[in-house]
Design a protein around this ligand. Structure first.
Ligand SMILES: C[S@@+](CC[C@H](N)C(=O)[O-])C[C@H]1O[C@@H](n2cnc3c(N)ncnc32)[C@H](O)[C@@H]1O
Length: 257
C-alpha cells in the first residue's frame, strides 16, 4: 500500500497529461493498472505517459512510453499565469524548474536586456518578459522543436519582446548586437562550465547577473554548495536543485560578473 501511495505522490501533471516515473525494477506494462486508476480518478487527464529517469543527448530529452488514455503527447500547460504549448516527448520539460522560472523573473527589473542561452520551449524567457517587464529576451535553443514551441508560446502569451533564436548558443550568442546585457540565464548544467565562460564574454563586469545552473562533483561528505561557491566565488546566492547521484549535484548560482 505504501508503495502505491508513493506512486500517487510522484505523478507529474502537465496540462491534461500525467507522467509517471517507471521504477527501475518495473516494465511499462506493469504500470497499466495504475495508469487506468489515474484516468478514473482524474477525469481531466487524457493520457498517461511513463518516463524513464535519465535525460539524454543535446536536447536533454527523457524517454517516454505511452501507457493509457489517448495517444497524444502535446498539451497546454499553465505556470505562473502564463500558458505553454509543448510536446513532452520532443522538448525538455521539468516541473522542478517551475520555482526557478519565477525566482529569476522576480529579480528582473523593467526594461532589462536578457539572454537565455538554453531556452527550451521558453518558460524563463516568457515569464521574465511578462512578469519581469524585460525589454528584450534573446532566447536560443538548438532543438528545432523547442524553437517551434517557443515561437508558439511567444504568440500565446503576447511576449513579443522575446526574440527566438535557433541554433547553438555557443555560436549564436555572438550574433546578439546589444551594448549591455543585464542578465544571462544559463540553464544547462551538463555544459555549465563552458557556457559560463561564453556568458562572461557577453557580460559587463560588475553589472551583468548570470544565473548559472552548474553541475558540481563532490567527494563523500563534501557539501555541494560550499564546493560550488569555491568554484564561483562571485556568486551571491546558491541552492541545490537536485542530486543526480551521490557524487553529482545540480546547483543554481546567481553571480555578478
Ligand atoms: C535543461 S533544458 C532547459 C530548458 C528550459 N530553460 C526550461 O526551463 O524548461 C536545456 C535546453 O538546452 C538546449 N541546448 C542544448 N545544447 C544547446 C546548445 N549548444 N545551444 C542551444 N541550446 C542547447 C536543449 O535543447 C534544451 O532545450
Amino acid at each position: 500500500m505504501a508503495g502505491k501511495l508513493g506512486l500517487w505522490k510522484k505523478i507529474e501533471i502537465v496540462g491534461d497529461l500525467a507522467i509517471i516515473g517507471i521504477p527501475f525494477d518495473k516494465k511499462p506494462e506493469d504500470m497499466i493498472q495504475f495508469a487506468n486508476e489515474i484516468l478514473k480518478e482524474m477525469p481531466y487527464i487524457k493520457a498517461v505517459w511513463g518516463k524513464y529517469r535519465d535525460v539524454e543527448g543535446d536536447y536533454r530529452l527523457a524517454t517516454f512510453v505511452h501507457i493509457a488514455g489517448v495517444n497524444k503527447s502535446e498539451t497546454l500547460y499553465k505556470e505562473h499565469g502564463c500558458v505553454y504549448y509543448l510536446d513532452i516527448t520532443k522538448v525538455f520539460f521539468s516541473s522542478k524548474l517551475s520555482y526557478e522560472h519565477i525566482r529569476v523573473a522576480n529579480q528582473v527589473k523593467r526594461g532589462e536586456t536578457i539572454i537565455n542561452m538554453f531556452a527550451g520551449f521558453g518558460p524563463f524567457s516568457i515569464l521574465s518578459y511578462v512578469k519581469g517587464g524585460a525589454r528584450r529576451v534573446y532566447s536560443i535553443d538548438i532543438n528545432p522543436y523547442a524553437y517551434y514551441y517557443m515561437k508558439a508560446n511567444i504568440d500565446l502569451n503576447k511576449a513579443y519582446g522575446v526574440i527566438p533564436m535557433y541554433g547553438d548558443a555557443f555560436k549564436r550568442i555572438y550574433d546578439i548586437d546589444e551594448k549591455e546585457i543585464d542578465r544571462i540565464i544559463v540553464p544547462l548544467p551538463e555544459k555549465g562550465e563552458e557556457a559560463y565562460e561564453v556568458a562572461l564574454q557577453k557580460a559587463t563586469s560588475g553589472k551583468t547577473i548570470i544565473h548559472l545552473y552548474a553541475q558540481i562533483d563532490v567527494k563523500k561528505d563534501e557539501d555541494p554548495i560550499k564546493k560550488a561557491l569555491e568554484k564561483y566565488p562571485k556568486a551571491f546566492f546558491a541552492r541545490v536543485l537536485r542530486s543526480v547521484n551521490p557524487h553529482v549535484y545540480h546547483v543554481v548560482l546567481d553571480i555578478k560578473a
